[in-house]
Ligand binder design. Structure first.
Ligand code: SF4
Length: 376
């Protein structure tokens, strides 16, 4: 069940722009208004778009609405990992909230409480904050991602933020940026002097999961074609098999995707590949059941993890990881770092035969991989 019908640019799901009054005159706001050609409503300084219905039932209609506003909090923060599971010490650059695509398992449904999308247009403040963080710790190496509270590229044809970020990162020796997406909006990345400081990453899954549970995302073939083009433009790549979901024929499904991945993309261009089995906040199950009544995967058996999230039993996680790792090892370049996102040492040892601490820790392993060295 390899989906072949393309939705196209997910930004076309946005049908209405809302602009916070105090941002109306910002150049970034004016550029987005001009590119979008959509009806615009100006809202008061702290006003919000009026979307009918209650959250989260109104998320489907809320995703038609994009609010351009100021980020009043910090742009730059550590990723919220937990002590119990190995985290990779990632830094989140918060460019906006929510996403025009709609994955059944999307954790944002349970994290956020607003149905609309937002994009922060005070980007001069964003770059000032980045300058300050990177200048304050010149000896530290930062891996930065914009794909934590939104998709890194889903709105890029409207915002053009990626080209500014890539150009900025090209001048920074102590950081790399990962742009993570399920769209193929890569047009703005072409012809940039990125100097290897930006990686372009895609989440991948088994074809039936992509087709059934990832609404308005790019097809597998589209994602891999886009990745191949980015590799031709000299970008390093990354892939995330996350969330890995048990379903009928999962072995064949993940093997199919991995076969296609390495047929499309040069193995040596891939800096890292992460694996993460499905985990979710208990509240997400109810939200997804209401919004996507035909989805069944939340009705499997799970245990409560130490971080309050539900996970598959350890034996199931190990079996899934060992199988998928076996497929990856048939093709993966020895310098590609294959790692777990949020797993414990027991699972690391059982699947990889070592724990990150024995290789200097997961952050150091990934830092070595992005520098072109052996990660483990
Ligand atoms: S693409 Fe990512 S951010 Fe968007 S709905 Fe899917 S999981 Fe959520």
């Amino acid at each position: 069940m390899n989906q072949t019908t393309s939705y196209g640019d997910p930004a076309r799901y946005v049908t209405h722009l809302h602009v916070a009054e105090d941002c109306l005159d910002l150049p970034c706001t004016q550029e987005i208004i001009a590119r979008a050609g959509l009806p615009v409503t100006v809202v008061g300084e702290r006003g919000v778009p009026a979307i009918e219905g209650d959250y989260p039932a109104n998320l489907t209609s809320g995703k038609h609405h994009l609010l351009l506003c100021r980020n009043r909090g910090a742009f730059f923060k550590p990723c919220p990992g937990t002590r119990e599971y190995r985290c990779c010490n990632y830094q989140v650059l918060n460019i906006g909230m929510n996403c025009p695509m709609d994955c059944v398992y999307c954790i944002l449904q349970a994290y956020l409480n607003n149905p609309w999308l937002s994009f922060f247009v005070n980007i001069e403040d964003l770059f000032q904050e980045l300058d300050q963080a990177l200048d304050t710790e010149p000896d530290r190496f930062f891996r930065i991602g914009t794909g934590e509270f939104t998709d890194s590229l889903a709105l890029d044809n409207l915002t053009h933020l990626s080209s500014r970020l890539v150009t900025y990162m090209a001048g920074r020796s102590n950081a790399v940026l990962e742009l993570k997406s399920k769209s193929v909006n890569i047009g703005n990345l072409q012809s940039l002097a990125h100097r290897g400081r930006t990686l372009v990453a895609w989440s991948l899954n088994s074809p039936p999961i992509m087709a059934r549970e990832e609404i308005r995302t790019a097809t597998l073939d589209e994602r891999l074609e886009a990745a191949a083009r980015c590799a031709q433009w000299g970008y390093r790549l990354a892939f995330h098999f996350d969330p890995i979901i048990l379903h009928d024929g999962w072995e064949d499904g993940y093997r199919f995707t991995i076969d296609r991945l390495f047929a499309a993309v040069p193995a040596e261009a891939i800096a890292w590949i992460s694996l993460g089995a499905l985990r979710y906040l208990p509240a997400l199950k109810q939200i997804a059941a209401t919004r996507f009544p035909r989805s069944r995967f939340f009705y499997q058996e799970f245990i409560d993890g130490l971080d309050g999230k539900r996970r598959y039993f350890r034996s199931q996680r190990v079996a899934m990881y060992q199988t998928i790792l076996g497929y990856l090892h048939r093709y993966a370049h020895p310098r590609t770092c294959i790692y777990f996102c949020m797993e414990n040492d027991t699972i690391w040892r059982e699947v990889f035969g070592f724990i990150p601490e024995e290789r200097g820790g997961l952050p150091a392993m990934l830092d070595r991989a992005v520098g072109g060295g052996e990660c483990a």
